[in-house]
Write a protein that binds this ligand. Structure first.
Ligand SMILES: [Zn+2]
Length: 508
């Protein structure tokens, strides 16, 4: 029996210019997907684009083209960026695809037939850019609480979803699964929202045309969130590949930004309960990035294109920085100084130097050939035990998306190794003709091999480079991560000589 793992990012709004926030969620999902694959899971990693709604219709209209044509030209900005960021997604879904229209209309019909969707009339404050209705109470000084623009009072015939009916069941789900929403701060937010009571949700619009029509009343367009959330079903073959759907559902983790928490943690399980489909296992909502201490905004002109960051600092350095710098889940600040500091400190000085020193010593003292240890002494046991312990801790942290702490454990190994080299001084052992040099260099080599594996989900290319420099022929992502074998001897080592600096220093 294969182990399966299904992870998603939100589908990104096609009108958006991809920024650090999009990159962050997608890299975070990529880290977990790569980690799970190393642990032997059959992984499905889904991302995509949300291509319906009034804003897309308007943007296309302004250019005199069809909304689909508009989406077709915009989608590449995302797919191209995912290539640049080395994203290993298994699926990509666009909500304009035929397979998705079928799923959305099917589930709308099904919920309607069950009596959970009814026709009514809706009137409230509507923010066009956010495509969201707000109550008088929710407005901030008469403006949209999300974008601070002025909403319009709108009244329309609308289908409603009986979300109120699911209040108790949602509370039960939250009570039973304390990790349904992660981290805790977001769990508490959702729990108190649901406790406040849920109102029925308007799930159709008549004010625009660009979307999926309601099957039984086609001048109604299905609410963009009802449409968008269903992508998680479509993407793994809900209607067209039932075996695959059964294999991967319920989803292991929906990764999202904290701004779309309510849609995922309240509306989505509500829809699924009505459909009698199991809710996802976890929803993880992360924080936001500021740029050089300031909120990112178009008007400030400080929105950074992730392509530019990669050009300046390198893709793996960028991926590493995002999760080394800030606990995943919290808000963080991106600054030039901070990323340079991480690259020069953690990567060039601590890890890079360790690697080149070690490879050079293996070349010089053992003629590039790692051999089985014969004699133990000094810090040998200490290193072995601590590496094993830190690998276990790394795994525990990875399981709960605690990337920051996982990386902290890796850097503890690196610091132990630096101390080990200074204490055991392989150059002295070599001079004295002590056979323990084989043990010491074996331990260093083995620990570096492990460090490369632990860093692989974060820095796939650099880790692979180090892996090869250590003389291992087998591709790094084909080696299953097995804690029992932390200190085992790999037989397919070729000659180890020297290595070009993997992390060149960046001039400040
Ligand atoms: Zn708004």
């Amino acid at each position: 029996m294969n182990k399966h793992y299904y992870i998603t990012t939100p589908i990104y709004y096609i009108n958006d210019v991809p920024h650090i926030g999009h990159a962050y969620t997608t890299i975070a999902a990529d880290v977990m997907a790569r980690y799970k694959r190393m642990c032997g899971y059959d992984v499905f990693f889904l991302t995509g684009t949300d291509e319906h709604g009034q804003k897309v219709e308007k943007a296309a209209e302004q250019q005199g083209i069809h909304p689909k044509e508009h989406a077709d030209t915009m989608v590449h900005r995302f797919t191209d960026l995912w290539k640049v960021l080395n994203i290993s997604n298994d699926g990509f879904i666009r909500t304009t695809e035929e397979r998705h229209r079928k799923v959305v209309q099917y589930i709308f019909q099904k919920v309607y037939e069950s009596g959970d969707i009814y026709l009514g009339e809706y009137e409230d404050w509507y923010c066009v850019p956010c495509e969201t209705y707000f109550t008088e109470m929710q407005l901030v000084e008469g403006k949209c609480p999300d974008c601070l623009r002025k909403p319009e009072k709108l009244k329309e015939e609308s289908f409603f979803f009986r979300l109120s009916k699911y209040t108790e069941r949602l509370l039960g789900l939250l009570k039973e699964h304390k990790d349904f929403v992660m981290p805790d701060i977001r769990y508490n937010e959702v729990a108190s929202f649901v406790k406040g009571g849920l109102r029925d949700l308007s799930v159709s619009r008549t004010s625009f045309n660009w979307g999926i029509p309601v099957p039984m009343k086609t001048h109604h367009i299905i609410y963009v969130w009802f449409d968008a959330l269903a992508n998680y079903l479509t993407g793994i073959g809900f209607l067209d590949n039932v075996d695959m759907f059964k294999t991967f559902w319920p989803c292991d983790a929906h990764l999202i930004g904290k701004d779309i928490l309510r849609f995922h943690a309240v509306y989505w399980p509500g829809f699924l309960m009505s459909l009698e489909i199991e809710p996802p296992k976890h929803i993880f909502a992360h924080g936001w990035w500021t740029i050089e201490g300031q909120k990112m905004s178009k008007s400030l002109g400080n929105v950074i294109d992730p392509n530019e960051i990669v050009k300046a600092y390198g893709v793996d350095e960028f991926r590493f920085f995002l999760f080394r710098e800030v606990p995943f889940g919290m808000d963080g600040d991106f600054s030039k100084n901070a990323i340079i500091h991480r690259i020069n400190g953690d990567l060039a000085n601590d890890f890079g130097n360790l690697t080149s020193r070690s490879v050079a010593m293996i070349g010089k003292f053992l003629n590039g050939k790692i051999e089985r240890p014969e004699k133990k002494g000094g810090m040998d046991e200490y290193v072995e035990e601590n590496v094993k312990r830190l690998v276990e801790e790394y795994q525990k942290e990875m399981e709960i998306f605690s990337y920051h702490k996982a990386l902290h454990n890796v850097f503890e190994i690196i610091s132990i190794l630096n101390k080990y080299i200074d204490t055991e001084a392989p150059w002295r052992l070599s001079k004295e003709g002590d056979v323990r040099i084989k043990t010491v260099l074996y331990n260093i080599w083995n620990s570096l091999r492990i460090v490369a594996m632990l860093l692989y989900p974060f820095m796939p290319q650099k880790s692979e480079a180090i892996w090869h420099a250590l003389g291992i022929g087998k591709p790094i992502d084909k080696v299953l991560f097995d804690n029992e074998k932390v200190f085992y001897f790999m037989d397919d080592i070729s000659y180890i000589d020297k290595i070009k600096p993997v992390f060149p220093r960046i001039e400040e």
